[in-house]
Design a protein around this ligand. Structure first.
Ligand SMILES: [Zn+2]
Length: 388
């Protein structure tokens, strides 16, 4: 079944065209703050209901509840704080003076007015405490911890009104939860499995997707790559999407698979991030959620299967589909996992994004057991990885 949104109601805080025009016209009267890309994405996701039931950025009581229990104050599961940190010099000379009851305009780097924030509280962030509670560490080697520590130490909470969508990631339209729900209905899909990813697909990913499509309770697969803020060494978002397009077009039945981007900052919070990413997909209408090994992990910060176990601790009302690490076994001549293959590790073709990147960079041709040639063609184009 297509699940109810998290908390029962899909949040819609997108302003009408007439409100947007009026607020644009009155802009000179508005205190504005230039937001980081991550917060712009969050404001947009709040506005379109992807973070339902959140209607705005969290205040101290929500933050405390999420940090301590992994739940919102009402008891609903929620594991990642959604905050709006500000520095005293964030683009507005009077940002220092902003307080409860004020309305602030959130602008992007091109100075476009993206959203309004009705400030409810202004509070200090214990950034190290938040890092430890959310990511289990305050080690700045962790990318999200580094961002948190480098960001503002004050935050504003309050409801968000979205005035306009951001530029679509990778140049592809990014649907709202209402749009994907309508699309699933149109296709006659009842139970849709969401596939979280942030890299182009190799055959180990494809194997898990195929196992999912073989399950009798699954009507469709929604591939939903996270393409948010980019850092050096990442694939460009359009490349990730082109690579998935190549896989879907050449190897999947068009009636059973849909791929669309999701513009959010990737939280590498291991189990807590996996749960959060599942909640977001529930809002997009997915009644099942695929969890691979070490989902949303980074470095060696998380035990690889902690992301499976957290789905036993919280009931999201959707079906977690947990898969172990898969690989191509030369002895089996097939994709396999520890559950199906008795052969020693030497018989496995090891696949990693690093290995694929190195091979493509040196012009080495990877076997189809590792990478589909149509995907390799996309990844072999010049300039696919960001160099600055
Ligand atoms: Zn084997």
């Amino acid at each position: 079944m297509i699940p109810e949104p998290h908390g029962g109601r899909l949040v819609d805080r997108v302003a009408s065209a007439s409100v947007r025009e009026r607020r644009d016209a009155e802009r000179a009267d508005l205190t504005t703050v230039r937001a980081e890309v991550d917060q712009l994405y969050d404001a947009e996701k709040i506005g379109i209901g992807a973070y339902s039931p959140l209607e705005g950025f969290m205040g101290p009581s929500e933050l405390e509840s999420v940090s301590r229990t992994g739940r919102l104050p009402g008891g609903l599961p929620w594991t990642i704080p959604i905050l709006f940190p500000v520095r005293s010099n964030d683009g507005a000379a009077d940002a220092r003076a902003v307080g409860p009851g004020d309305e602030v305009g959130i602008v992007d780097r091109s100075d476009r007015l993206v959203a309004l924030l009705a400030v409810e509280e202004r509070f200090r962030l214990d950034r190290r405490g938040i890092a430890r509670a959310t990511y289990g560490t305050d080690d700045a080697q962790h990318p999200n911890v580094a961002d948190l520590l480098a960001g503002g130490e004050t935050a504003w909470s309050g409801k968000v009104t979205l005035l306009r969508r951001l530029d679509p990631p990778g140049g592809r339209p990014e649907p709202s939860p209402a749009e994907t729900r309508a699309e699933f209905l149109r296709r006659g899909w009842k139970t849709v499995a969401a596939y979280q990813c942030r890299n182009p697909p190799h055959t180990a990913h494809e194997y898990i997707q195929r196992l999912t499509l073989e399950r009798e309770e699954i009507d469709g697969l929604f591939i939903h790559p996270v393409v948010g803020r980019l850092k050096k060494g990442d694939y460009r978002p359009d490349v990730i999407l082109d690579a998935y397009d190549a896989l879907v077009r050449h190897y999947y039945p068009a009636t059973r698979v849909l791929m669309r981007p999701l513009g959010i900052a990737m939280r590498y919070g291991g189990p807590k991030a996996a749960l959060f990413l599942a909640i977001v997909r529930k809002n997009f209408g997915c009644g099942a959620y695929i969890v691979g090994r070490d989902q949303a992990g980074v470095g060696r910060f998380y035990e690889p299967y902690a992301c499976h176990r957290i789905f036993d601790e919280y009931d999201l009302g959707i079906l977690p589909l947990r898969y172990e690490e898969s690989f191509f076994c030369r002895r089996c001549g097939w994709m396999a996992s520890e559950k199906t293959c008795p052969h020693p590790p030497e018989s496995r073709a090891q696949v990693s994004q690093t290995r694929i990147r190195e091979a493509l960079a040196s012009g080495e041709k990877l076997p189809a057991e590792i990478l589909r040639p149509e995907v390799a063609e996309v990844l072999g184009r010049p300039g696919v990885v960001l160099t600055s």
